[in-house]
Design a binder for this molecule. Sequence first.
Ligand SMILES: NC(=O)c1ccc[n+]([C@@H]2O[C@H](COP(=O)([O-])OP(=O)(O)OC[C@H]3O[C@@H](n4cnc5c(N)ncnc54)[C@H](OP(=O)(O)O)[C@@H]3O)[C@@H](O)[C@H]2O)c1
Length: 246
Amino acid sequence: MPAVRNRSSRRPRRDRPLHDRPYTLLSCALSLDGYLGSASPRRLELSNDADFDRVDAVRASCDAILVGANTVRNDNPRLLVRSSARRDERKARGLAPSPIKVTVTERVELDACAEFFTTGETEKLVYCTSERVPEARSRLGPVATVVDGGKPVQMRRISEDLGARGVQRLMVEGGGKVHTQFLTDDLADELQLVVAPFFVGDSRATRFVNDGRFPWNPSRRAKLAEVRQLGDVVLLRYALSGRFGG
Ligand SMILES: NC(=O)c1ccc[n+]([C@@H]2O[C@H](COP(=O)([O-])OP(=O)(O)OC[C@H]3O[C@@H](n4cnc5c(N)ncnc54)[C@H](OP(=O)(O)O)[C@@H]3O)[C@@H](O)[C@H]2O)c1
């Protein structure tokens, strides 16, 4: 795994390689009816221990993990590598014990005391709309690096900025609004879907994706690369670009 480069090593645009953006892997667990959680603010556990461990290994293999601000607010995730062996292995390679944490917000209503900001010896990045940068810096400046994400914030810009910061492998862990944008903007190289064996049955809950024009449709089918049973859940891995497995 390549170490994250210092920002000073950013190369001029014309010299950068064709793939400026990181290899991007989208990961989430969903119910049989395609929901990421329940309609209540309480986090719904869709996965099981075997899959949590698999996700931990994927996290450990990445340079950065991105989630939307709703996920930070609703789930209060730590987004750290849990296994001490995997953290040690990263440290032995000169990396931080866990990947960089990244979130994106327009409203900047994020609590500096959230686990996202307070846990882990790793960098935290917050991309927000240009006009909210001063507010975000005053609220979150002590706990994170606030980055001007443009107006509106576009995932392609985030992706390219992360690439310039040395992130070569990005894991996107939801929620639905973020997944939708990475998919409709054709920025995803791989999709890892875990299907839990139950229904949510409530259309107020968050779906895996919202409406949009997706590059994969009946005339351009995604390539199913792997199916793996993990206890009572199933992992489906899709190759979404020619970079998959490369
Ligand atoms: N099952 C799973 O694997 C899994 C994984 C992750 C999350 N989840 C669930 O998914 C739910 C959240 O999903 P969600 O779709 O509601 O939200 P989300 O994707 O987590 O976050 C959406 C929020 O991110 C910010 N955002 C997204 N795109 C932006 C852009 N282009 N520019 C500026 N800000 C942007 C906005 O924040 P502001 O509102 O702050 O402006 C937006 O409201 C959670 O309840 C969680 O439980 C499930």
